[in-house]
Design a binder for this molecule. Structure first.
Ligand SMILES: Nc1ncnc2c1ncn2[C@@H]1O[C@H](COP(=O)(O)OP(=O)(O)OP(=O)(O)O)[C@@H](O)[C@H]1O
Ligand SMILES: [Mg+2]
Length: 197
């Protein structure tokens, strides 16, 4: 079945996927889309929630300009309300914290390089947070979710994450495995601007 037809069979209710065809496996969700793997393939389909459909076109154009650089998942095609790209096997930096997988300085520098690469193409890399960075089993890092690279206001997320990395995470006594509820608590404080960062 063609991707377009598979996407047409995904059912959303209140911006939540409630049904998908059996060829698709839900692998992640964000604020604007649900991401599925086409079972048995290396293809991921990002299906935007009905209210965010227009973002597909924008993100597709960003991916085209990023020109399949290794810093990002390879881009395949864009369609009405969806994108297809390389399925990246791996875990997010968020999962690294939950599972105690060390986030190394090299990994952080790699993200810096990815964002600088995008910046040099004229983008304003934005919204790079813990769930938008993947670590693969062989140690590669990929920045996903590039849709907000086109916005023109300043996004402090990655800058603030790096600061937290340097001033907190890298300290010797700080545990590298952090309970999910605690991460969520910190994220909530951060969003309410209650952290001294
Ligand atoms: N190419 C991919 N390969 C593997 N997993 C992916 C891929 N793209 C997305 N994911 C998973 O799906 C989740 C949601 O994708 P994405 O971040 O693109 O959605 P979003 O709605 O734009 O997110 P946000 O809330 O950051 O705006 C990711 O956090 C990740 O776990
Ligand atoms: Mg995301």
């Amino acid at each position: 079945m063609e991707t377009k037809d598979l996407v047409g069979k995904v059912v959303f209710k209140d911006n939540q996927p409630i049904h998908e065809p059996e060829e698709l496996e839900l692998i992640g969700q964000g604020r604007s889309a649900a991401v599925f793997r086409v079972k048995g393939t290396g293809v991921a389909v990002k299906v935007f929630y009905p209210d965010f459909k227009d973002l597909a076109d924008i993100e597709g154009e960003v991916y085209k300009k990023l020109n399949n650089h290794d810093f990002f998942p390879a881009f395949y095609e864009k369609g009405e309300g969806y994108l297809t790209m390389e399925y990246v096997e791996g875990i997010t930096f968020y999962d690294c914290l939950v599972n105690g997988v060390p986030i190394t300085e090299e990994m952080v520098e790699y993200v810096d390089r990815a964002l600088e690469f995008a910046y040099n193409l004229g983008f304003n890399p934005s919204d790079t947070h813990l769930k938008n960075i993947l670590l693969t089993p062989d140690g590669q890092v990929k920045v996903i979710d590039v849709v907000r690279f086109t916005q023109n206001f300043d996004c402090p997320h990655w800058r603030d994450l790096k600061k937290a990395y340097q001033t907190f995470y890298q300290r010797r006594f700080v545990p590298k495995k952090i309970p999910r509820f605690f991460i969520e608590f910190i994220i909530r404080l951060y969003r309410r601007r209650l952290l001294p960062i």
